[in-house]
Design a protein around this ligand. Structure first.
Ligand SMILES: NC(=O)c1ccc[n+]([C@@H]2O[C@H](COP(=O)([O-])OP(=O)(O)OC[C@H]3O[C@@H](n4cnc5c(N)ncnc54)[C@H](OP(=O)(O)O)[C@@H]3O)[C@@H](O)[C@H]2O)c1
Length: 340
């Protein structure tokens, strides 16, 4: 049974219920409601996590609005199959199922829930143990919650698809957002010479996280400046795929991670065709949750090679505002959700 509580951050008082941000129909952030729902009970292979932080990502508003439309074939044709959003989570293990071997109550964990039903925008979530890793010790829960989706996407784009190598010239377009701020730091950790593309007021941030060169896209179009890059990660900001190709070195790789629908379809449909001749490779990334990649990120974070950039923090009841803010498209790093 579901009842609507007053807007409050107070933790649920019953042991069988919890507060969660719920949506029953696709739509704008206005459809998100704070509700009191049944607290999940972990299956044998699951861990019940007391959520201490989550983070919002562009994927949340895509799922909320079911955009692109094709998403409905996976996440529910007429209504969302999973009514609690939130993929990236950090928290503390409350109880464990009988077959769980890796975790015990009290462990501090983080993970990506997008392959196991989402649900991070809630006080508790039940998660298969293989979706979780121990939280990096030097990070707060909020910082840890920014990592599982955006940093892993940046890592998979640069390393798995981009085959990043030390000394390469790497350009990140959309460098100042959730994926981009991780991508700049991950590329530096691989020994690349990194060019970050962002708007004027984010240039200093880019230098502070290690970018060697910064291009203000409001002043300069990097696709027209005659420079060539071994790897371009497009995290945001539209350019025709032909313009990206012009900016690649003869053996360069273009990885489209995010941006407009037009950019996505160009990378998906034209990328393989443009990659047929010569040695350039062009295509799009479909990042997937991967525990080994999450642990790789944990090691970079613990070695102080990467530090999450948090733009804003929103309490659980204001997830709708967090998503509205992200949807405006100009976040400065990640948007964290705190659960008090
Ligand atoms: N392929 C995958 O599996 C995968 C995984 C994760 C995310 N994504 C996608 O990746 C994209 C980026 O995600 P995100 O979390 O980084 O989003 P985000 O945090 O909302 O990114 C916003 C950033 O984009 C920048 N931006 C906006 N217009 C720009 C332009 N014309 N040129 C350059 N930069 C521009 C903004 O910088 P300014 O304010 O400076 O303009 C802002 O910092 C989204 O489309 C998301 O859906 C895909």
């Amino acid at each position: 049974m579901i009842t609507e509580p007053n807007k409050s951050t107070e933790v649920s008082k019953t042991s069988t219920h919890m507060k969660a941000i719920v949506y029953h129909n696709y739509g704008s952030p206005d459809v998100l409601q704070l509700e009191e729902v049944q607290k999940p009970v972990p299956q044998d292979n699951e861990v019940l996590v007391k959520v201490l932080a989550a983070s919002a990502a562009a994927g949340d508003w895509h799922l909320l609005r079911a955009k692109p439309f094709l998403a409905r074939f996976v996440y529910g044709l007429l209504k969302p199959k999973h009514t609690i959003l939130g993929a990236a989570v950090a928290g503390q293990v409350e109880t464990v199922g009988r077959n769980v071997t890796q975790f015990q109550p009290g462990d501090e964990v983080f993970g990506d829930l997008s392959a196991c039903g989402f649900g991070a925008f809630a006080e508790y979530v039940s998660v298969p143990e293989n979706a979780l890793a121990l939280k990096p010790t030097r990070l707060t829960f909020e910082e840890a919650a920014t990592v599982p989706v955006s940093a892993v996407a940046a890592l998979q784009g640069l390393r798995n698809q981009g085959h990043i190598q030390p000394g390469q010239k790497v350009l990140i377009n959309g460098a100042s957002g959730g994926v981009g701020t991780f991508a700049v730091q991950i590329a530096k950790s691989f020994g690349a010479e990194v060019t970050a593309v962002c708007s004027t007021d984010k240039m200093e941030l880019m230098r502070s996280i290690g970018a060697d060169h910064v291009i203000d896209y409001t002043q300069e179009d990097f696709t027209q400046n005659g420079q060539h890059y071994d790897l371009i990660l497009a995290a945001n900001g539209y350019h025709p795929i032909s313009a990206y190709q012009r900016s690649l070195s003869p053996q360069g790789i273009y990885v489209m991670t995010g941006g407009s629908t037009a950019q996505m379809f160009q990378a998906m449909l034209l990328g393989p065709w443009l990659s047929r001749k010569g040695s350039q490779k062009m295509g799009n990334l479909l990042a997937k949750p991967n525990l080994r990649d999450l642990i790789f990120m944990k090691e970079l974070l613990e070695a102080d090679k990467v530090t999450p950039v948090i733009d804003r923090r929103f309490p659980l009841q204001d997830v709708a505002d967090a998503i509205r803010y992200l949807e405006a498209g100009h976040a400065r790093g990640k948007v964290a959700i705190t659960i008090e």
